[in-house]
Design a protein around this ligand. Structure first.
Ligand SMILES: [Zn+2]
Length: 135
């Protein structure tokens, strides 16, 4: 198979398609479901950004909508973390928060992805341990 790398042409990305695909993964039932989403661009659709450079200003051409995709994530008990690689995600985060809890994480040169992810996973383990001790 030959793959060609391109820029995609416009600024937004198929964010909802990616999240929808994540819902189709096999998630173990009795495990914590943590999703770390590293991204720099919002989904297609003018409700997620103010850029004029969007081929699909009315939203994803496959007609996926946040309410459906995020509802699937909620039903799968997926804890959603956004690791921001740009300042273009605020509208998306605000919109997504209407449907699910979004843990928006920022990082800089001193705090790396792995530090952020490790910290979140450790905190989840501590929370789970505390919950188990109470029961
Ligand atoms: Zn799509």
């Amino acid at each position: 198979m030959n793959l060609r790398i391109g820029t995609g042409g416009d600024f937004p990305e198929a964010v909802l398609d990616g999240l929808d695909a994540a819902c189709t993964l096999t998630w173990r039932e009795k495990a914590d479901h943590l999703l770390f989403h590293i991204l720099d661009a919002p989904p297609h659709g003018r409700i997620y950004h103010t850029s004029k450079n969007d081929k699909w200003p009315d939203g994803c051409p496959c007609e996926k909508v946040a309410s459906d995709v995020l509802d699937k994530m909620k039903k799968k008990n997926i804890t959603y973390h956004v690791l921001r690689c740009s300042n273009h995600l605020n509208m998306m985060i605000t919109e997504f928060k209407k449907y699910i809890d979004v843990k928006a994480l920022t990082f800089d040169d001193k705090i790396t992805f792995e530090n952020i992810i490790t910290r979140q996973v450790c905190q989840r383990l501590i929370d789970t341990e505390m919950t188990l001790k109470k029961t």
